[in-house]
Write a protein that binds this ligand. Structure first.
Ligand code: HEC
Ligand code: HEC
Length: 403
């Protein structure tokens, strides 16, 4: 399906068409009965409930104290600081909101349409399509492990999940809503006022934009993926990686390939911005990226180093979705420094972007290794129905597109 969608205008039109039909279908669904929705009182896996009804993260990396900012260390390296401390009810309300199209202006698009759990919380498109068919400039990133991020978006312009969530809700290119309209839409759904009261018992007025954003952040912070074959290897199970994956890890960590200098374990991102000179879609101008965020010309074409966790699920790759496969993405790094930068254009490429001259076998092994970063064992449950009754899972969109 992924390949089918890449860089193809006709498919985009087909997408809009099917999209419209699905919207029409979803409006015929009745609002679900209030009584069907009760919020969880247990934390998701990977979290322990404390005496204040807050979910606290627990994982093996917390046993290691070689902090990232004290050097790269080995594989037994602590994770960056994380978000937790949300209640089970807040996380579960966030899950319902995440899948509910009632959040968008036309009630046709949920967060999950662009961050589809079955596609690594990405959408399989080169660049995302918004509530009104607008093509966004960039591809949808995974949301796994966003609890550990302090830098969000390709151009590094947001610094918390809360700050980030305001973007899609009220952006013309995404859900195109307004704060007033969103509150009015949520209040019109029978179940929401009560669910918000349950999740935010201390708030006098529970159904607010702030609490909506908190619940969404709570849910996203619960998406933990730290049990891949790589993690088992890092924690000491020498047999967890196949010989091919292990060879790949060694190339990845080598000072020839230098992948791990930017895609630093255990998160596989150092959360810094780097200019590496990936190509733009044919005919489109250079996306200046972080140059705009930091008002710094030297960062033209600079993007946040993305995590490689669950990377096998989130094709196509790079900010523009320009590479269809992991093999193509890996190959980019060995085709010569700056090879994809159009003639006459000056980009200040990062010094780790060199010319490692990796062999075909080494590239294959890199792909094998990146495949060992997959772990979806704590996949949250997609609700069977959402409080508005408007559920249109992207799974059904994807299935429709495949026909
Ligand atoms: C129309 C598709 C679309 C919708 C709907 C959408 N997103 Fe996104 N999301 C994107 C794209 C595209 C990006 C990258 C944008 C950029 O970097 O400029 C993104 C980025 C993000 C990021 C940053 C991740 C990172 O690692 O930097 C988070 C978090 C996020 N979205 C959460 C949400 C939430 C929560 C919702 C629902 C309120 C939502 N998104 C709705 C397409 C979408
Ligand atoms: C100088 C830092 C740096 C180094 C070294 C580096 N990367 Fe990257 N990587 C990035 C940045 C920045 C991006 C996003 C670029 C873009 O979107 O245009 C990226 C993107 C990727 C992606 C796509 C991720 C996605 O979500 O679409 C893959 C796969 C990848 N790198 C693998 C590798 C491999 C394999 C190596 C070693 C051969 C490597 N990287 C070396 C900085 C680096």
């Amino acid at each position: 399906m992924t390949k089918y969608l890449i860089n193809n205008k006709a498919n985009r039109n087909a997408f809009s068409c099917i999209f419209a039909t699905l919207i029409a279908m979803s409006f015929t669904l009745a609002q679900s009965a209030e009584s069907t929705f009760a919020l969880a009182d247990k934390c998701p896996p990977s979290f322990a409930l404390d005496n204040n009804n807050q979910c606290q993260l627990r994982n093996l990396y917390q046993l290691y104290d070689s902090l990232q900012d004290r050097g790269l260390g080995g594989l037994k390296t602590a994770l960056p600081k994380h978000r937790d401390g949300f209640s089970p009810q807040q996380i579960d309300l966030g899950r319902l909101l995440f899948f509910d199209p009632v959040l968008s202006a036309d009630k046709n698009l949920s967060c999950a349409n662009c961050h589809n759990p079955t596609l690594g919380f990405s959408d399989g498109m080169d660049r995302s399509v918004g509530a009104r068919g607008q093509v966004s400039q960039r591809s949808s990133p995974t949301l796994w492990n966003s609890a550990f991020l302090s830098v969000f978006l390709w151009d590094a312009r947001a610094h918390s999940l809360e700050e980030q969530a305001i973007g899609p809700l009220f952006s013309d290119k995404e859900m195109a809503n307004t704060p007033e309209q969103l509150l009015s839409n949520l209040n019109q759904v029978a179940a929401y006022p009560k669910l918000f009261e349950q999740a935010f018992p201390a708030s006098k007025d529970a159904l607010t934009i702030d609490n909506t954003v908190t619940a969404l952040s709570a849910f996203q912070s619960s998406l933990i993926s730290l049990n891949s074959a790589y993690d088992r290897y890092a924690h000491g199970d020498a047999k967890a990686l196949s010989s091919h994956e292990l060879e790949g890890l060694n190339v990845f960590r080598s000072f020839v390939a230098r992948c791990s200098q930017c895609h630093t374990p255990p998160l596989f991102t150092n959360q810094q911005v780097a200019v590496i000179g990936t190509p733009e879609p044919a005919g489109l101008p250079r996306d200046v990226g972080a140059a705009e965020t930091f008002n710094a010309k030297r960062l033209t074409g600079g993007f946040k180093v993305p995590t490689l966790r669950n990377i096998a699920r989130t094709a196509p790759y790079m900010h523009s979705g320009r590479f269809a496969t992991l093999r193509e993405a890996a190959e980019f790094y060995t085709k010569g420094r700056g090879h994809a930068v159009p003639e006459g254009e000056e980009l200040l490429l990062h010094w780790h972007i060199s010319d490692p001259k990796l062999t075909d076998t080494e590239l294959d092994r890199l792909v094998d290794f990146m495949g060992a970063l997959s772990d979806e064992s704590f996949m949250p449950k997609t609700p069977n129905q959402v409080p508005s009754g408007l559920l249109n899972t992207s799974t059904s969109l994807a299935a429709a597109l495949e026909k």
